[in-house]
Design a protein around this ligand. Sequence first.
Ligand code: SAH
Length: 239
Amino acid sequence: MSNSPFQFDQIGIIHSCYRQKFGIPRQPGIVTAAEAELELLPPYNQENLVRGLEGFSHIWVHFIFHQTIDEGWRPTIRPPRLGGKQRVGVFATRSTHRPNPMGLSVVRLKSIESGNGKLILKLAEADLLDGTPVIDIKPYLPYADALPEAKGGFAPLPAVMAEVEFTEEAMAKCLSYEKRTGRSLVELVKQVLGQDPRPAYLRETTDRRHGSALWDVNVVWESKGDHFLVMDLEPYQQT
Ligand code: SAH
């Protein structure tokens, strides 16, 4: 028996283009080219449970920050938005390190597909790591959930997107990957790097090499001051 009065059941799992935390946008909706699937797990993989959901363009996904659970939490956080210097309370942030490691994302629902005993919600614009456990789904209600006049504290607007360029070799590899898989890799890379995934303490560096795992490729890139340059694509194997 758990000593907590609450216990949650995992209802689904995320399959996503994001194979590593590094590179995932800090909120959903920013990278529109991001694709993911939410697979409902037994006994929740029944069409009855999602009846009527197809009429909603967006859903709220409640999930567990499973990859950072073991790191625990601290009462204050230095959000990247404040240059990683100023501290604010954990409950004033969307940090992954919280007393209860629960995440909440609003994502686009493209379609609901079933077959072979599986029930899958096709998603877009998610900020979720591959393998993320899902604990609840709710429809997004524009009349109640969209509040254009709301104040955004220390993060009033999305961060400005930087330019992303490709070497000839990297672009050729991206295009052949797109042809082979049907995935929009070029757009995904532009959006993922454009929002500058680097932690605040590396923001001022140039010519430093980074790798971001998207799908099954490791995108090798460098920061060039005012823009990013994609150098190469390598195969990526999840460890
Ligand atoms: N929209 C959510 C998540 C915000 S934090 C919320 O507000 O609750 C966004 C970060 O969560 C991303 O940068 C990504 O690195 C991280 N993330 C996504 N899935 C995760 C997981 N399963 N475990 C740990 N961190 C995760």
